[in-house]
Design a protein around this ligand. Sequence first.
Ligand code: AMP
Length: 416
Amino acid sequence: MASIDNYNFDGKKAIVRVDFNVPLDENGHVTDDTRIRGALPTLKKILDDGGTLILMSHMGKPKGKVNPKFSLAQIREDVAKALGRDVKFADDCAKAAEAAKDLKPGEVLLLENLRFYPEEEGKPVGIDKADPAYAEAAKAMKESQKEFAKTLASYADVYVNDAFGTAHRKHASTAVVADYFDDDHKMLGFLMEKEVQAVDNILKDIKRPFTAIMGGSKVSTKIGIIENLMEKVDNLILCGGMTYTFAKAQGGKIGTSICEDDKLDLALDIIKKAKEKGVNLVLGFDCVAADAFSNDAHQTVCSVMDIPEGWQGLDAGPVSLAEFTNAIIPAKTILWNGPTGVFEFDNFATGSKVIAEAIVEATKNGAFSLIGGGDSVACVNKFGFADQVSYVSTGGGALLEAIEGKVLPGIAAVKK
Ligand code: AMP
């Protein structure tokens, strides 16, 4: 694998997998350009060196079909503005050979949404997994995926993967394409390198104490990461909706709170494992309960073990928050994924804000703090703290899988 820092793009055509899957409003205008800005260090380096840029990305889930709603043409102007130069557009990503050939150093070509082709994801469409012909269709699709990746590769001299958000997917543009470049002509972009470094800080280069805060709605989607973290952390705060699965598992009355009844044994097992490993497991003690799932519902503070009939816990209570904060402020490494409650409702966002404030304070005292996974990023943005923590990851699923200790195909393919 080459290193983007040392590579000289002068006279080279670089095809860069970016994550330009940006949110659009109903008129097709970009509402948040964080992802475009995130790719700029890589894109500017290539152009400043005297290289040519071919940009490829997916947007939304068009499921292998052309759909103007997901056209990257909608963001062409935004990309041009961010780069400060004109951006050409290829309205068929698999038929862009001519357009790519004609590019001169300093020019930029944006390819249409890769997912307009089913080959990008490499899964057969229009056939059920239970169908006896599925295996054959899947095999054929893998072959056409290789062809598709080879076509993309043919446009350029060098491949750069800077799309951390899709690095956990083995797609044509994120992984397979790398097979068509030799070691010296494929590399990770700066954003990818930063993300990998942030994960390394959490998994390898740990300064202690290490506190992880896992929230969100369910235990089931976080179990892999909880189990991996159990091997590494000093303090593990489990909050958000999973609080009530733990409370019920321990005999609590949780009213109508969110709960995974098939995960009660798992919750008890996590408590047992934490004890065995000497991890300080911090579970919610009290909560802010509501008489409806609504911002305007009536509120009461009660024990998570004794929530009134018909009420549900929608945020962590003051005693829980004091305990959470005690485990966060002295920490030197912090990972936060998932809110303490339904932070989308302003009246139940206090707990998530308190967590964010504690992380900001610990960061000021020298901690490395990584915030990642969709909703916690939305939280720090909502409270305006994004620039007061060490690193806000652009990856949701990719970040969680990396922290689970899984090798991400998008990174492995470039390193191979
Ligand atoms: P996740 O995608 O698993 O990280 O979950 C994030 C979602 O969990 C957010 O949309 C929150 O509104 C939701 N959530 C957090 N706490 C609760 C709760 N006590 N009851 C219902 N939903 C919750």
